[in-house]
Design a protein around this ligand. Sequence first.
Ligand SMILES: [Zn+2]
Length: 153
Amino acid sequence: MTVRRDLALLDPDFRPHAERLIARFELVGFPFHVFETYRSNQRQAQLYAKGRSTPGPKVTRVIPGHSAHNHGMAIDLVPKVEGRWTWDNGLSKDRMKVERPGVWEMWREVAAIWRADFFEELAWGGQFGYRPPQLLGWDPWHFELRGWRRRIR
Ligand SMILES: [Zn+2]
C-alpha cells in the first residue's frame, strides 16, 4: 500500500494552494513534510478496512472514492521530529500544554495561519469534529480544496 508524496499528482486546481501552504510553513520554520498527496482507491480501501476487517484501530470513516485524496485534492502535512513522523493532534489540550508546550504552540499557530491566509480556499482537518475545549479536530495534518466535490474532473 504505497503512500504517494509527489505534488505533481495533485489536481492543478489544488496544487498551487498546497505549494503556497508548504512555503508558508517553511517560512515560519515548522517541521512539516509532505506525508501524502494523491491516494489510490485501493489504498483508501485498505485504510478503511483497518479496525473493521483487518487488525488495528480505525483510521478513517471514508470509503474509496470519497476522500479528497482520491482525487488529488488534499495533502497531509506531518511534522517530522528527529527524522520521525509525529502524529500528535493535541486532543488532550491541557496535558499537552504542560508536557509538550512546543507542539501545542505550533498547532495554535497553524490554526491562526490557516484562518488568516488560507480559509477561503482550503478546508482544514483541524476543524473536522472540533469541539472545545479541544485544541484541534481529529485530522489537523489534512488540508483540502474547498468545494472539491464540485471540481472533480
Ligand atoms: Zn488527509
